[in-house]
Design a protein around this ligand. Structure first.
Ligand code: IMP
Length: 194
């Protein structure tokens, strides 16, 4: 049943991604940079004195955000990545989270910061947090660049959020639509024109 649903979602995604669209700017590159600076001050005061902070990026959408975060953080950091399945190539969450790529390193007894691009239904972040908690980190905190609270289906909130946004499909700053538009320097919303 799940397999069939995934195939249907994939076909829907393929068809949708053929539709023409434009991208309207929602959050400028300048506003993101200013917010990253503020967020890093908060992260730094939380983890002050840490011997090492393992910053875990959720692939692929967080890769730009994590790059900006770690360069702004004045802490000893290590970077690792985790890939969880969620949207595939469409616009709907699959609600079923699978780990496609696990961390390279152990996190037991370590300070960990999980970095997510967007919290939408909440399935991904909540799954990843419980998975990582089960590995016994000393401290586990989470940060999301964007949050769409009106879409939440699972009760979860990142410890820090860059921006709360309405229920719009967004791209840019690492975030994609069918693997496109990750290289925009700002966040824009997708508007179909046909
Ligand atoms: P959740 O499990 O529903 O919270 O989904 C989170 C994941 O869905 C994010 O990490 C994104 O990869 C993807 N996602 C959610 N909303 C959007 C969007 O507006 N644009 C692109 N990807 C999105």
């Amino acid at each position: 049943m799940t397999e069939i649903r995934n195939v249907v979602e994939k076909i829907k995604g393929d068809l949708m991604s053929e539709r023409p669209y434009v991208i309207d700017e929602m959050i400028s590159a300048k506003a993101i940079a200013a917010r990253v600076e503020e967020l890093c001050k908060n992260i730094q005061s939380e983890f002050v004195g840490t011997d090492k902070l393992i910053v875990v990026g959720l692939l692929r959408g967080s890769f730009v955000f994590i790059a900006d975060l770690v360069r702004e953080l004045d802490l000893p950091v290590e970077v690792d990545f985790l890939e969880a399945s969620s949207y595939g190539d469409g616009m709907e969450s699959s609600r079923e989270v699978r780990i496609l790529k696990d961390l390279r390193g152990a996190i037991e007894g370590r300070d960990v910061l999980v970095v997510e691009d967007i919290v939408d239904t909440g399935y991904t972040l909540s799954h990843v947090i419980s998975l990582l908690k089960s590995r016994g980190p000393a401290r586990l905190m989470s940060i999301a660049l964007l949050d769409k609270p009106s879409r939440r289906e699972v009760e979860v909130k990142a410890d820090w959020t860059g921006f709360e946004i309405p229920d719009e499909f967004v791209v840019g700053y690492g975030i994609d639509y069918a693997q496109r538009n990750r290289n925009l320097d700002h966040i824009g919303k997708v508007r179909f024109t046909g």
